[in-house]
Design a protein around this ligand. Structure first.
Ligand SMILES: Cc1ncc(C[n+]2csc(CCOP(=O)(O)OP(=O)(O)O)c2C)c(N)n1
Ligand SMILES: [Mg+2]
Length: 799
């Protein structure tokens, strides 16, 4: 790098710090309805990273690299993209506003090429690690080799390293031979609340080294390094090394005179070091002491450019939170916001005229042409925007339903996947499965036997080699299509998120399927939400679910997951009862995962199906008698739309039973039990409360906007139910999942389900105990549709 280039880079660093400070200041009006805390956090946190980000974006990074930026450094990111011509002044002026640049970098909401969304600390960090594994997976399968390998880079706040998911990811990375991953830690020793504990950096360094990472500490800036070489410099260095975080931060905040007093108190009368201190003005002394490695472009560039290998690297860069701002180093600065007077002072010091705050070249000594030429040559932006696209994977006409008389949906899923795995179709090749140590118990074993385990090098299954009988072959190779994870559901969802962005990150489409136990979705819930927020595309298949795995007891029972399915944006949730339904849903899902159309409502369902999304299948381990029917187009459509009449209500109908999932046999039995005393009972098979509910909400909204003829699927189905009828809903989960059906057209509803959990027992014991067996359904029918007593009804268990 030439001296001119370095000077220009230094000017850009000032510009980035200014633009991000100004962006936040300018958006202050948005504080009206908030406590202002978060707006403030952006100024100090951004300033902490502006040197590092300048070095990376304007010099070190390449177009194939992908980044996750610490949430509160979003203004820096937007400022850099603005300078590169990928962000607009209008969006910056509307930072945090409706339609403006986002407070935390967002793949889906921002226009400026965010690689990984961030916001929930720790997740973006780990996302880069899994993205790197996905890059290796894609290349090991012979795809995407016409593009250079990229580095997956996280700009990490030091307090983010308190999040456990980061360490879960580190261990998984070690197991999978992680490469091409850089984590650049903004070691400002501050979180949101206060200055961090002493000596954390040694702990971090130890952990990273243990996990096979290189650790590069960027502690001293070039001014400090030069001072250390002066007579007495060694004493200054020792003083810096032993100064507690809090004290250093306080002195940074107080400035030159305070530094002088403190340094002379501690080191005075020591000859050479006294001269070193006294030879500098207050400003120079402050500049020297603030010149930590993370704020020194030459030191940073040297550290980054020295890496000549693909091993993962952690850069621990010493920084000052709020660097260059009046709040620098103050422990309360996360909430700090610069006053207008302070912003004016900063503006004047940078030679920026009032009213010219957004101008890119304002106040810089270089000519506009010179800067433009430099920006045009920035390697990172050399190929324009960096989002990629991939062809859709072609799909077979339909997936066959396994022909067994009695089957659980979980076993059915295993068989469907196994059938796909037998073929050499495009679909079979693009599926990648993963599971957190529950591969076999979620029925992926047969698929695994066919398609093999993924590893960077071949590993034989010793049991197989030694001819020890075993049902499963755990042979690993670069061609394998199952990625085995340790037991960490956060990792599962972060890997699914990375796999599910492969088309956009690496230009190669994958169809990821992750299996886990349904109750443990909650363990990875924030990562699942994060994956959906980034619009990653994957299928989550969860078994066992509910209390149906009866003897396992409370620790394995999931009650609230259908409500998660209902509420989670970007995730279409299904809970089929029968395997023919499952085949239809899986078939549809492979297509749905790949769609990227406009968010327009389908006038039949009022769902926005053309946008596509991810899919959650809540399955069961309970074998259920299969209907053995022909699935015609109408049935297929009903299954996908969320419900169909298993038995239509007749003209004399007084009661309808609506069920979802593995409780189907009880619902069917209940219909039989009440047949003599209630005529024309209807049975509604719900395959997706989520999609029914979404369509209903959207149709309501459409009507309120004047589209008076809008009708959703639930409305059309329930229009066949006479108004005086009662509806009993039943699910092995929280009753609220289906209870809203009564509001659709105003039918009385008695929702059955599970609110309290934890009992162990046989299936019959538990269904009786929780009041979701056939008898309880009949009793509920009697209460919701009073009339002649229903004969086949036994006393309910005491409450
Ligand atoms: C999961 C989660 N918990 C809490 C927060 C609130 N939060 C935002 S930033 C922050 C502290 C960040 O500290 P650090 O990562 O060191 O960045 P710095 O403030 O030093 O820039 C916290 C707790 C969050 N965003 N995500
Ligand atoms: Mg910090």
């Amino acid at each position: 790098m030439t001296t001119d280039d370095l000077t220009l880079l230094q000017a850009l660093e000032q510009k980035v710090r200014w633009l991000s400070t100004w962006t936040v200041h300018n958006a202050n009006h948005l504080r009206e309805n908030t406590d202002g805390l978060k707006v403030g956090g952006h100024q100090a946190s951004s300033a902490s990273l502006s040197t590092i980000m300048t070095a990376l974006y304007f010099s070190v990074l390449r177009p194939e690299d992908r980044l996750a930026v610490k949430p509160h450094a979003s203004p820096n990111f937007h400022a850099i993209q603005y300078l590169l011509g990928h962000q607009t002044q209008e969006k910056l002026e509307n930072f945090r506003g409706y339609g403006g640049a986002q407070s935390y970098p967002s793949r889906t909401k921002d226009i400026d090429d965010v690689d990984f969304s961030t916001g929930s600390v720790g997740l973006g960090v780990a996302q880069t690690l899994f993205a790197s594994l996905v890059q290796d997976y894609v290349r090991a399968h012979g795809w995407g080799k016409d593009r250079p390998e990229g580095r997956m880079v996280a700009l990490v706040g030091d307090a983010e390293l308190d999040e456990g998911n980061v360490f879960e990811a580190l261990l998984e990375g070690w197991k999978h031979g992680l490469r091409n991953t850089w984590w650049v830690v903004d070691y400002n020793r501050q979180g949101l609340d206060a200055v961090l504990r002493e000596g954390l950096y040694e702990r971090f360094a130890d952990i990273f080294r243990t996990m096979g990472w290189d650790v590069v500490v960027v502690k001293y800036g070039s001014l400090q390094q030069a001072a250390f070489a002066e007579p007495g410099g060694d004493k200054l260095r020792t003083w810096i090394d032993t100064c507690p975080n809090q004290e250093y931060s306080a002195l940074v905040f107080q400035g030159g005179a305070a530094w002088r007093k403190r340094l002379l108190d501690d080191l005075g009368d020591q000859g050479d070091v006294t001269r070193l201190i006294e030879g500098r003005s207050d400003d120079d002394l402050a500049a020297l002491m603030n010149n930590l490695g993370g704020h020194d472009l030459p030191a940073l560039l040297e550290a980054f450019n020295a890496i000549d290998h693909d091993r993962p690297v952690c850069f621990l860069c010493y920084t000052v939170k709020g660097f260059g701002l009046p709040m620098a180093g103050h422990k309360d600065n996360h909430a700090g916001l610069m006053t207008t007077a302070q912003v004016d002072t900063m503006r004047e010091s940078l030679g920026i005229r009032p009213g010219h705050e957004w101008e890119k070249f304002e106040g810089l000594t270089q000519s506009a042409g010179e800067i433009e030429a430099f920006l045009a040559a920035v390697p990172f932006a050399a190929r324009g925007t960096r989002r990629l696209e991939a062809e859709r994977v072609s799909l077979p006409e339909t997936l066959a339903t396994p022909g067994k008389e009695s089957l659980s949906t979980q076993a059915g899923f295993g068989l469907i996947l196994n059938e796909i795995g037998r073929t050499d179709s495009d679909l079979a090749r693009r599926i990648v499965t993963t599971s957190p140590d529950v591969t076999v118990s979620t029925n992926l074993g047969p698929w695994l036997n066919r398609r093999g385990l993924f590893a960077k090098s071949v590993m034989a299954d010793v049991f197989k080699r030694e001819r020890i009988p075993s049902t499963f072959a755990w042979e690993a190779s670069p061609e394998g299509q199952h990625i085995e994870l340790g037991i960490a559901e956060m990792n599962l969802f972060l890997l699914l998120s990375a796999l599910g962005l492969s088309h956009s990150l690496f230009g190669e489409r994958l169809l990821p399927i992750g299996t886990l136990y349904d109750p443990f979705i909650s363990r990875g819930l924030d990562a699942l939400n994060y994956a959906c927020y980034q619009d990653a595309r994957f299928m989550v298949v969860a078994t066992p679910s509910g209390v149906t795995l009866a003897p396992e007891g409370g620790a394995h029972q999931s009650i609230g997951t259908p409500l998660i399915g209902l509420a989670q944006d970007g995730l279409a949730a299904f809970e089929p009862a029968f395997v023919d339904e499952l085949a239809v849903i899986v078939d549809w899902a492979f297509d749905y995962l790949q769609r990227d159309g406009d968010a327009v409502h389908d006038e039949r369902t009022w769902l926005r199906d053309e946008t596509g999304g991810s899919v959650y299948l809540r399955l069961s381990t309970r074998p259920v008698d299969q209907p053995g029917r022909v699935v015609d187009d109408e049935l297929r459509q009903g299954i996908v739309d969320g419900a169909y009449w298993m038995r239509k209500p007749g003209p004399n109908c007084e009661v309808v039973v609506a069920y979802q999932g593995a409780i189907a046999p009880e619902a069917i039995e209940a219909i039989g039990l009440m047949a003599e005393d209630r005529r024309d009972v209807g049975l509604l098979a719900v395959t997706s409360a989520d999609r029914l509910n979404a369509g209903w909400t959207a149709a309501n909204r459409a009507r309120e906007r004047g589209l008076v003829h809008a009708r959703c699927h639930a409305e059309r189905l329930l229009a066949e139910v006479p108004q005086h009828c009662g509806i009993v809903t039943v699910i092995d989960a929280h009753p609220a999942t289906l209870g809203w059906l009564g509001s659709v057209l105003g039918h009385r509803v008695r929702p059955l389900g599970i609110e309290h959990f934890g009992q162990a027992g046989t299936l019959q014991d538990l269904y009786r105990h929780y009041g979701i067996d056939a008898n309880a359904i009949v009793a509920a029918a009697e209460s919701v549709a009073p009339g002649r007593p229903i004969r086949h009804i036994a006393a309910l268990p005491a409450m």
